[in-house]
Design a protein around this ligand. Structure first.
Ligand code: GLA
Length: 522
């Protein structure tokens, strides 16, 4: 699972390569010289597989489908869900290098392998970045066609998927990815459900226990999706979670493989939706990932519509979460394909930079948030240890101003009382869950200080005074500038106390990286 943990690094690396230009990198790493060889001129030709077993019974797979003609090697390299065409090669059986590239939306992803043929094995090495230690692996011959890119299924004609009426307020719950990644299993999910049902989170509104990637096994001969060893019985897990008064969510991809390289729903959309419904699943996060090897970004809406239709055809209410990192202005078509929420950004990390880069960039999307349809700036990192409590308060305050889904991403079994109280501040959650579903936006900025306003039901207003600087700063709100014209009941939602009406303006010292969250009730 190290590979999963390091996935963001890979993305970073790919972006860096895109920025710097591949020729620069290629120039730093010289190609292996062609060597004299007694091996036949096509010794590398064939389908080769690297199989790295995961503890859950699945394997992480890399396929090299090679055609060698003397010093020219062509073909493809599949690394879990990504299919690269070999764009450069050099050398021969004693020592060769291969570079593969694939188009991914507007950018290009690349891989590079060095290797040699030893007996009937390919000894390979690759590195994410030129300065990394190489990862060594062994590829063995695989049957022709194994691991090949499946035939393309044409996207369906577009139509509007009826509104499922779910998620009238932004979904609340927990998701396994941020804390557990590939380590999530049935027992952990149950203990998380136990914690959520007994620690006050359920009463505060947290409802969904969402299993992210790495639950999938393969398929049986009828094409039915199987769970892997970590999830012996998904229906039993759903029954257990339902027994706690909670709901169970699951994850898949429209591609042949998920982001972590597990089985995706490609070509099995209706069958998978029926399986989820039969298990008692209440929420699906559907992650583009492996679909990029088959479809263009322009085809995304039709591909998401296919699963939107499939979920509705089951007759079971299943919240539909689109995860495609905000590409193609998803907020403009997410509702039409049956989506209840759609990711607007790449993956969050547990750092102040990542959280604020994502959160403060959501303005401009207000028009698209409404009951049953939400912008999703990704899951919460609260309690994962990379930010201070002050920063985590800013995190949930900003998400609440945005009417964002509140999916905790920490270990609910072992969090501190301080973290629990940040996650369960009822008055902050009431801002997030306001029934009018209007997303807030910034109305005032000066340097690192920003004031955001969110209209709430009954004529109330939430005002968040953010200080993005690391030192404390005094900020003054002038109510008329914020669109508040009358004296109101003024309440500080983190201090949980009413404040005396200060007249036309309110000044306060906001701690570094902190927030003052106010509610004005007429
Ligand atoms: C993508 C998603 C993440 C998570 C992982 C799982 O990166 O954006 O939220 O679901 O895949 O592999």
């Amino acid at each position: 699972m190290d590979s999963i943990k390091n996935k963001q690094l890979t993305y970073l690396y790919c972006s860096l390569i895109m920025l710097m230009g591949w020729p620069l990198i290629a120039g730093l790493v010289s190609f292996a010289p062609a060597q004299q060889s007694n091996a036949p001129a096509d010794a590398l030709t064939g389908n080769w597989v690297v199989r790295i077993p995961n503890p859950d019974g699945t394997s992480r797979l890399t396929y090299l489908n090679l055609k060698q003609e003397g010093s020219r090697i062509t073909g493809s390299i599949r690394v879990t869900q990504f299919y690269y065409l070999i764009s450069e090669s050099a050398g021969g059986p004693e020592s060769f290098t291969l570079e593969g590239s694939m188009k991914d939306g507007q950018s290009v992803r690349r891989v590079r392998y060095e290797g040699k043929l030893v007996g009937d094995e390919l000894r390979l090495s690759t590195r994410r970045r030129p300065e990394d230690k190489p990862t060594e692996m062994v590829a063995r011959r695989a049957p022709v066609g194994e691991g090949a890119l499946p035939a393309r299924i044409s996207p369906p004609a577009r139509h509007a998927v009826p509104d499922n009426g779910l998620a009238k307020t932004p979904p609340m719950g927990w998701n396994s990815w941020n804390k557990f990644a590939g380590r999530i299993d049935d027992a952990t999910a149950r203990r998380i459900a136990d914690a959520m049902a007994s620690n006050g989170m359920k009463e505060a509104g947290y409802l969904y226990v969402n299993i992210d990637d790495t639950w999938e096994g393969g398929r049986d001969t009828q094409g039915n999706i199987l769970t892997n060893k970590k999830f012996p019985d998904m229906k039993a897990l759903a029954d257990y979670v339902h027994g706690k008064g909670l709901k169970l969510g699951i994850y898949s991809s429209p591609g042949p493989n998920t982001c972590a390289g597990y089985e995706g729903s490609y070509g099995h959309e209706e069958q998978d939706a029926r399986a989820y419904a039969a298990w008692g699943i209440d929420y699906l996060k559907y992650d583009w990932c492996g679909a990029r090897t088959i479809y263009t970004d322009e085809e995304m809406p039709a591909i998401y519509q296919r699963m939107g239709d499939a979920l509705q055809a089951t007759g079971r209410p299943i919240v539909y979460s689109l995860c495609q990192y905000g590409r193609m202005d998803v907020w403009k078509w997410g509702a039409e394909v049956g989506g209840n929420l759609w990711r607007t950004t790449g993956d969050i990390r547990d750092t102040w930079d990542s959280m604020t880069r994502i959160g403060f960039r959501q303005n401009g999307l207000e028009a698209w948030a409404k009951p049953s349809h939400w912008n999703d700036p990704d899951m919460l990192e609260i309690g994962n240890g990379g930010m201070t409590e002050t920063e985590y308060k800013t995190h949930i305050s900003l998400w609440s101003m945005l009417a964002a889904p509140l999916l905790a991403g920490n270990d609910l079994r072992s969090m501190s009382p301080a973290i629990l109280s940040i996650l369960t501040n009822r008055e902050v959650i009431a801002v997030d869950q306001d029934k009018d579903g209007k997303q807030g936006k910034p109305v005032w900025k000066s340097g690192d200080q920003e004031i955001w306003v969110r209209p709430l039901s009954g004529g109330a207003t939430a005002v968040a005074i953010f200080n993005r600087a690391s030192e404390s700063a005094k900020v003054t709100c002038r109510w008329t500038e914020l669109g508040v014209s009358k004296k109101a009941r003024l309440r500080d939602l983190w201090e949980q106390k009413d404040l005396e009406w200060p007249g036309p303006e309110y000044s306060a010292a906001v701690p570094g990286h902190g927030v003052i969250l106010l509610r004005l009730t007429p």
